[in-house]
Design a protein around this ligand. Structure first.
Ligand SMILES: Cc1cc2nc3c(=O)[nH]c(=O)nc-3n(C[C@H](O)[C@H](O)[C@H](O)COP(=O)(O)OP(=O)(O)OC[C@H]3O[C@@H](n4cnc5c(N)ncnc54)[C@H](O)[C@@H]3O)c2cc1C
Length: 251
């Protein structure tokens, strides 16, 4: 996402800070035993904790030593003069600043139901990391003999969880264009046709999801199940599958 080639294809285009970050962490699922209330979180559930100005997704993932619990919490970071987020940056594990660690602790205490606050706190600050959220779309993905793919071409907010699939689909489109083209011009034209709009649509979808789930959150607590479902479908707006095209099982 910090591509230097991008500037040669689209001079001046750079990721723009969306105004919020996500705190992320994961821990050994066996630690859940110490929380008690085992029936609060069924083992097959993916849970979203909603609060004014943000949301947090909690789910289990496979890890090298067994199941882990992964969580991703979106919210506006503490306002202070020390955080510089306009240039694309990140705070990997071990580099979390005190203000970001304190900001998380305050948020958990203020907004989270006790079970979920205790669950997130099972990740110690030294393992917690922060990803500031950026948007980037490029007006074109090719120039001369250069071609942008993956995060170099578009940076999509994580709400879509589409970055990896989109990068693979860019590579597949490049391979198809390569085998069909008789010249560089034909190749780059076919690639731009196949992937230019797909990238921009993913950025737009992620912006919509980010606005709905973080920047302009609804009155979650007032929603019933049907309203929540309709609200969710409204955000998706009939979007295509992950990566900009529907993923179908192999025939
Ligand atoms: C914390 C986090 C969680 C994510 N979770 C998900 C998820 O759940 N699902 C999902 O779909 N996507 C997820 N993404 C997004 C996904 O990781 C990216 O969209 C995807 O990796 C982009 O692929 P890429 O090949 O374009 O770039 P990258 O994966 O960034 O690969 C670029 C590579 O180029 C290398 N490189 C850079 N400069 C040079 C150089 N000068 N010479 C040689 N090599 C160089 C880098 O080291 C890197 O290996 C996540 C991203 C982050 C940061």
């Amino acid at each position: 996402y910090r591509s230097v080639v991008r500037d040669a294809v689209c001079p001046g285009s750079r990721p723009h800070y969306a105004g919020y970050v996500c705190w992320r962490g994961n821990f050994d699922a066996r630690l859940l035993d110490g929380l008690g209330d085992a029936d609060v979180w069924p083992s097959d559930a993916v849970t979203t904790v909603c609060f004014p100005g943000g949301s947090c997704v909690v789910y289990r993932i496979p890890g090298p030593d067994g199941t882990r619990v992964n969580w991703v919490l979106y919210a506006v970071p503490p306002r202070s003069g020390n955080l510089r987020l306009d240039d694309p940056t990140s705070f990997p594990p071990g580099r979390l600043t005190t203000e970001l660690a304190d900001g998380l602790a305050e948020l958990l205490a203020r907004e989270f139901p006790p079970y979920w606050a205790r669950l997130l706190a099972l990740t110690p600050p030294e393992d917690t990391f922060v990803q500031p959220i950026y948007d980037l779309e490029t007006a074109r993905t090719t120039a001369g003999r250069l071609l942008l793919a993956g995060d170099a071409a578009t940076v999509v907010r994580p709400h879509n969880t589409s970055g990896a699939a989109k990068a693979l689909q860019d590579a597949a489109a490049f391979a198809s264009a390569w085998s069909a083209a008789a010249s560089w011009d034909e190749l780059l034209h076919a690639y731009q046709e196949a992937r230019g709009a797909a990238g921009r649509e993913l950025v737009a979808l992620a912006r919509r999801l980010g606005r709905a789930q973080v920047e302009r959150t609804p009155d979650w607590a007032a929603m019933g199940r049907g309203e929540a479902e309709a609200w969710w479908q409204g955000q998706l707006g009939g979007a295509a599958g992950i990566g900009g095209q529907a993923m179908a099982p192999a025939p």
